[in-house]
Design a binder for this molecule. Structure first.
Ligand SMILES: C[S@@+](CC[C@H](N)C(=O)[O-])C[C@H]1O[C@@H](n2cnc3c(N)ncnc32)[C@H](O)[C@@H]1O
Length: 282
């Protein structure tokens, strides 16, 4: 608790939000949506992605979805994803299966400068596979091997429920390019819009993340190659009312599948789709 308090005090967060966060961590009274808003759950960016995917699924009448972490390392992220899957299920009634993709042996060697070799080396972030397997829940699956092979045909082999959330955390451009091929599977394996979290895009001048290298370059290349699918940042998320602006708001993207049969299905509440003149009394 003390460590969390010190960490929280170092963030540029108004004290009233910190108090709310700490009270909720102690007493658990906030809704799941508000826990994510105020950061009283760990990895709120995973929570946001899974929750939004589950809400979309519910609107479309889809009872079960998948959430995928591409790049697992020790496994803290996959375990957090499992927890969010359960919280989202309780809130929406939509079941969430979780998958983690990793070599199990850490990063493959960078192929060229676009893999940001000054930050990432072969073998970084190796996994203790047995230890993680023992901690995973039944609804979770670890897909071990290089994504260049494991992503190929994954959906046809595994038949996952429609994928609604993807965390991209493979560090290298080459790995991210290979992993994004998962989106080339049939529309039935996806929600029409898939929320994505892009990890490797926020840092200082030392990391120097940019659109010419790393994950952002992979997304750029994907968009160039696919006319009917685009992975685009969600604009203005940090300004949504009552949100506490957080850095992860910049890291939320959506993979748009324009030809998905449900892409154009209305999802807005009809109560919010009219703006009649207000009565001025005359
Ligand atoms: C930074 S770590 C992931 C951290 C994790 N998401 C978390 O939040 O705790 C990046 C991971 O990507 C994996 N990775 C990178 N390229 C890969 C590839 N081509 N195939 C499979 N896994 C890969 C590495 O093994 C490494 O564990």
């Amino acid at each position: 608790m003390l460590k969390e308090l010190v960490g929280a005090l170092a963030e540029p967060v108004p004290i009233r939000f910190l108090v709310l966060r700490l009270l909720d961590k102690g007493f658990g009274f906030l809704s799941y949506k508000d826990k994510i808003r105020y950061g009283s759950v760990d990895r709120p960016h995973y929570g946001y992605g899974v929750h939004q995917a589950a809400l979309l699924a519910r609107k479309l009448g889809v009872p079960r979805i998948s959430a995928i972490e591409l790049g697992v390392a020790g496994g803290e992220g996959l375990l957090a994803l499992e927890r969010h899957a359960e919280l989202a299920r309780r809130d929406t009634g939509v079941e969430v299966a979780t998958y983690g993709f990793d070599t199990g042996a850490g990063l493959p060697p960078p192929e060229d400068v676009r893999d940001v070799p000054y930050l990432f080396q072969a073998g970084d972030y190796a996994m203790d596979v047995d230890r993680l397997q023992r901690r995973l829940k039944k609804g979770s699956k670890l897909v071990l091997g290089n994504v260049a092979q494991t992503v190929e045909g994954f959906c046809e082999r595994e038949r996952p429920p429609p994928i609604g959330f993807v965390s991209l955390d493979l560090d290298l451009r080459s790995s991210t390019v290979a992993a994004l091929r998962v989106f080339e599977a049939d529309h039935r394996f996806f929600l029409p819009r898939v929320v994505c979290y892009v990890d490797d895009m926020v840092g200082g001048a030392d990391a120097a993340y940019n659109e010419f290298t790393g994950a952002l370059r992979a997304i750029h290349d994907f968009n160039e190659e696919h006319a009917r699918m685009k992975i685009a940042p969600v604009t203005g998320l940090r300004h949504i009312s009552k949100h506490l602006p957080q850095v992860w708001h910049e890291q939320i993207f959506v993979a748009h599948r324009f030809d998905h049969p449900d892409y154009g299905r209305p999802t807005e509440d009809p109560a919010n789709t009219q703006l009649p003149l207000r009565d001025d009394g005359s």
